[in-house]
Design a binder for this molecule. Sequence first.
Ligand code: NDP
Length: 316
Amino acid sequence: MSEQTEHVKCLIIGSGPAGYTAAIYAARADLKPLMYTGMEEGGQLTTTTEVENYPGYPKGIQGPEMMKLFREQAERFQTDVRFGIATAVDFSSHPLQVTIDETKLIHADSVIIATGASAKWLGLASEQKHRLNGSGVTACAVCDGAFYRGQDVALVGGGDTAAEEATYLSKLCKKVYMIVRRDQLRASKAMQNRVLGIPNIEMVWDSETVEVLGDEMVNGVLVKNVKTGEQRTLHVTGFFVAIGHNPNTEIFKKWITLDEQGYIKTIPGTSRTNVEGVFAVGDAQDKVYRQAVTAAGTGCMGALDAERYLSDKGLH
Ligand code: NDP
């Protein structure tokens, strides 16, 4: 083994709520987990502002602050948290091999994948400005919808996520404009029927977003009809992007069974994957719920499944 190689019982890849919860449980079970945080330390919550729906914080908490507390709790039980990115894996034999930053090799008896998913964005400069400033652009209606209670908002996308989020927003907001780039929705028929029947949702068909308007805070969205070329300003205070997510699973696809969209397939009711000793938790394996609290729940499952696996194998 070279100096650059290390052997651990439990390697956790990713540092969102799923990864840290796995770390807390694994560390308390004395698995001495090693965590590599990935590029976005703390995960998607570090790019949100107020989190009001995580139980235990009755007054709400800022996303970055919450992830700092997750980290503190994992480190309190001696999780070895390091900054680094898993760049390759070889799950063909045991111990499992994971390369970090293209140079360092980790041999692990068990691996918990908690690499999450990244929201897709339109890529407009005005969209990114308001997203990063927390001034009116978000990719999660369930997380941020409550901040727009009684206001007019716009949402872009035509899939199941967009339909679900528009429905959710319609209950809180005065009006929801749903901007769809074609003349039909991609969402399932049931979701389509639901969303098309809600009186305060206005469909903006065949339209693309030209710009998110507003200097300090969002105060409108400029849209263009792709068939007629006509432009129109929607006067809204919030802009929700719901055009899909990309699970961060690319490096695993040679070994781990993924679904058509790249999400890791786990054995129902467990965090087990098709490879013995490899467990998947959080948004990398969940395209439906995608909440911090559900991610944390599966993180716990991952650690318990890993512990059970290691003891069955006589490795712990
Ligand atoms: P999808 O990929 O299904 O839909 C993305 C939507 O965004 C499409 O309408 C697409 O338009 C539109 N879009 C993509 N890029 C752009 C762009 N640049 N500008 C404007 N619009 C754009 O993603 P979802 O997140 O909705 O769903 C992902 C998967 O998860 C699906 O399989 C879905 O069924 C599933 N899901 C299931 C749920 C449930 O069962 N309750 C809830 C949520 C998701 P176009 O149609 O033109 O390509």
